[in-house]
Design a protein around this ligand. Structure first.
Ligand code: ADP
Ligand code: UDP
Length: 237
């Protein structure tokens, strides 16, 4: 599998075409951004960790019946994936209050919910990824009712599986963002990435933050946190 022309360069990854029109190569960078690109920096070694971690988790999810875009890991930073048309929705599941939820509703971080919540935001950098509900998504023709029902079902299943996997690693899955896309035949698959960039991961005993919040909040120990969660996952896998 060889990289052809660059199709897209995002904040954290580059996406290349290949000789196969159905397959793309994703290349993970160390670049980090937060607050809709306002804060910029770099987390040394992040691309390697996110590539490996996302692939390990997606392979597990695939085995558990959730279709994903994963084809094969090519090297440290690069993975072949099925090309999808991304649904322009960020799907966010929360098990514990944190981040923008805590801010928006004026509550502290760390409230454990009896049931997970789901929310969507419109993937649109110019608008700052505004929140929307399923009616809005259908009205804007971002997806159909059938599609959003599948997305919701998959998202909660992903949460159940990931919560379990992370618990075995001594890590609490607080919240995460996932993206879905459509293959040419319309099949909906989990795409993009699952990593400390896109999940909040807290040490189960100390609640220490082991994710991108260390970068967002200038807490230091960012690289170490990414390495720590990767190490724990590798030891359990
Ligand atoms: P952003 O666009 O937010 O800056 P990235 O730097 O992670 O994000 O860029 C990766 C881009 O590739 C994202 O826009 C993501 O939606 C898209 N993408 C992820 N997986 C696939 C896939 N399988 N097929 C097509 N596009 C994908
Ligand atoms: N998230 C993400 N990309 C985004 C927004 C959020 O990966 O563009 C993840 C974030 O890492 C967290 C979860 O989604 O795990 C919920 O984020 P939140 O809405 O609290 O927003 P934030 O605090 O990142 O502004």
């Amino acid at each position: 599998m060889e990289k052809k022309e660059l199709m897209y360069e995002g904040k954290a990854k580059k996406v290349f075409k290949t000789e196969d029109p159905e397959i793309l190569i994703v290349s993970y960078k160390d670049d980090a951004t937060a607050f809709n690109g306002l804060k910029k920096g770099s987390i040394s070694g992040k691309g390697v960790i996110n590539n490996r971690m996302s692939n390990m988790l997606m392979a597990k999810l695939e085995k558990d019946g959730i279709p994903t875009h994963l084809v094969e890991e090519l090297n440290d930073r690069e993975t072949a994936v099925k090309k999808v048309t991304i649904m322009p929705l960020e799907v966010i599941i929360r098990n514990i209050s944190a981040g923008s939820f805590a801010k928006r509703y004026g509550v502290e971080e760390g409230i454990v919910f009896e049931e997970p919540t789901i929310e969507f935001s419109y993937k649109n950098d110019d608008l700052g990824d505004p929140l929307l509900n399923d009616y809005h998504a259908v009205a804007l023709k971002l997806c159909t009712w059938e599609e959003i029902d599948i997305v919701k079902k998959y998202a909660f299943k992903v949460n159940d599986f990931l919560k379990k996997i992370w618990k075995e690693c001594g890590v609490t899955l607080v919240d995460f963002k996932i993206e879905f896309g459509k293959l040419t035949d319309g099949t909906i698959v989990l795409a993009d990435e699952i990593s400390p960039d896109t999940c909040r991961l807290w040490d189960s005993e100390t609640n220490e933050k082991l994710d991108k919040d260390r970068f967002r909040r200038d807490m230091g120990g960012v690289e170490e946190a990414y390495e720590e969660v990767m190490k724990r996952l590798s030891e359990k896998a």
